[in-house]
Design a protein around this ligand. Structure first.
Ligand code: AMP
Ligand code: MG
Length: 522
């Protein structure tokens, strides 16, 4: 018999922070409180579609139990375990550059905070578990396609070494959800799902912005103190110096996160401040995408098609802008501006250092000199002009012969013969310059390849791969999702027999919805 979970809950968020005195799901403005009590709305027929063995093990959940109907019921929100205290949290945010006021968890319901067998804290949160006081005009639900994308991508990012929220499970609800996928006046029913996401904290920049926007400095200060104590317990000191260290660390973590995105070719797609984690975790997987042919101007998000605010190459600048909004919100609890400005400078320094680290590792160099940044920029320009696959190119770069550099091994990284022809000479020249740089570097050849292969993944969740898994899942076949979860668990290792998962985007996927274009409809 599988062991029913005896999870140790310590629900600090709801026991330490002020909650909404009103109960019930009705939509409302919630002032003076950081959360509202609300239970998940049960669904018709919960069925476990996929789950992360890695995440389950971390929480101390028995794999046997994860396969039971009881697990599907708990992770759909139909049944609560002892110690769970469900709630929706209250936050605001800047969306596409504009202050949007109160947003809050409109379809996410926190279940509580588990202390795992090692004493680490993990908040459990169901996404798509029904309406809350923050649902505004929406239904509180999520469709299978977006839930599957979140489930797979958050686990893939974790294994790539990118700071991220995790996913424990993907449960089908047995209910239909109506969505107008292209916002073109053609709403249609789609299967619904619930993801159980997991993170040490789900506090967002927007949690601080909302009380600040209302002039509620007491609530703001209460949240800051709570966040430092619970989520940054390693920080010592008091007063302004503690606050400064905390904000500086938030800036540094954000820089490190975005630098990882740039290294692996991830485009978040909706970097609104309500989608920025205070712990510097990638959060809220919506219309995200992966770079296939290298293009810093690309965004998968059709809602952002016009201004491309959240395009790949702009992510570091947007992160800085978002941190500036956070600094503005926090300023009432700081004595002056100095500590906040120092924190923002920490972003610049940390991003610069991480960018140099990425450059050295992606190119296989013992250290990054100033000229190497230019070498990398020259390469980026060529990859864009030649429409070259980012992932395949960097992976192949580790295998060139520095004594006889050539583009021979790179055939599968090119999408278009004429674009290839237009850069072939210049790229060949770049390879020769690179080979000379490598030859003069003290790093031994075998170390160079190991360094590069640990920074340049072989397998990423290419947009078309996720879409194929979704198409199969819609027909009830979860085998592709499971296969992807397994392959993406070891993204830097060559996996014989799994070559198909490393291929460049096929032609059919170039302009297909879900593969190159995604809306926020989810
Ligand atoms: P997002 O663009 O997914 O970050 O969501 C922005 C805001 O809209 C958040 O407050 C979400 O909780 C809310 N939201 C998005 N989709 C839904 C939905 N289907 N039902 C209720 N609220 C939603
Ligand atoms: Mg969001």
């Amino acid at each position: 018999m599988p062991t029913p979970p005896s999870l140790r809950f310590d629900n600090a968020f709801v026991t330490s922070l002020p909650g909404d005195p009103e109960t019930g799901r009705h939509v409302r403005a919630v002032e003076g409180a950081l959360w509202s009590r609300v239970a998940p709305e049960p669904v018709a027929a919960p069925r476990m579609l996929a789950w992360s063995a890695d995440m389950a093990a971390r929480l101390g959940l028995d794999p046997g139990w994860m396969r039971t109907e009881a697990a599907a019921e708990v992770l759909a929100g139909n049944r609560l375990l002892e110690g769970m205290a469900p709630f929706a949290s209250n936050y605001g945010g800047h969306q596409f550059g504009h202050w949007a006021g109160q947003l809050g968890d409109g379809r996410a319901i926190g279940l509580g905070e588990v202390l795992d067998p090692g004493g680490r804290r993990w908040e459990l949160q169901l996404k798509g578990a029904g309406p809350t006081p923050y649902s505004r005009s929406a239904d509180g639900r999520a469709v299978l396609r977006s839930s599957l994308r979140e489930f797979l991508c958050s686990e893939a990012m974790h294994h790539l070494g990118v700071p991220t929220t995790r996913a424990l499970s993907l449960v089908g609800t047995g209910e239909q959800v109506v969505r107008d996928m292209f916002y073109d006046g053609h709403p249609a029913p789609e299967p619904g799902a619930v993801v159980c996401r997991v993170a040490p904290s789900f506090i967002r920049f927007g949690h601080f912005e909302l009380p600040a926007s209302r002039g509620d400095v007491d609530l703001l200060r209460t949240l800051v103190d709570f966040c430092i104590a619970r989520d940054f317990p390693h920080l010592q000191g008091t007063g302004e110096s503690l606050l400064g260290d905390w904000f500086g660390e938030v800036c540094e973590r954000t820089a490190v996160m975005v630098a990882h995105w740039m290294r692996v070719g991830f485009v978040h797609g909706v970097m609104n401040t309500d989608n920025m984690s205070i712990l510097g975790l990638t959060i809220d997987y919506g219309p995200y995408g992966w770079i296939d042919d290298f293009d810093p101007d690309w965004t998968p998000n059709t809602t952002d098609r016009q201004h491309r605010r959240y395009r790949f190459g702009q992510q570091p600048q947007v992160a800085y802008w978002n941190l500036s909004r956070l600094a503005g919100a926090l300023s009432p609890v700081f004595d002056g501006h100095e500590a906040l400005q120092a924190g923002l400078r920490r972003f610049v320094d940390a991003y610069g250092a991480a960018d140099r680290g990425n450059t050295a590792a992606k190119l296989g160099l013992s250290a990054c000199r100033d000229e190497d940044l230019d070498l990398m920029q020259a390469l980026r320009d060529l990859l864009k002009a030649g429409e070259v696959d980012m992932t395949l190119f960097f992976r192949h770069l580790a295998d060139i012969d520095p004594d006889a550099p050539s583009l021979d091994g790179f055939d599968d990284a090119f999408y278009d013969a004429s674009r290839r022809a237009s850069v072939e000479a210049a790229l060949g020249e770049w390879l020769r310059t690179y080979a000379a740089r490598v030859a003069g570097d003290p790093l031994p050849a075998e170390h160079r390849k190991a360094l590069m292969d640990a920074a340049n993944p072989q397998y990423v969740l290419r947009n078309y791969l996720a879409q194929e898994a979704i198409d199969l899942a819609h027909g009830g076949d979860m085998s592709r999702t499971e296969a992807l979860l397994a392959v993406l668990g070891h993204p830097y290792d060559l996996q014989p027999g799994r070559e198909a998962f490393a291929r460049r985007r096929p032609d059919w996927a170039r302009d297909r919805a879900g593969c190159s274009m995604l809306s926020c409809s989810s």
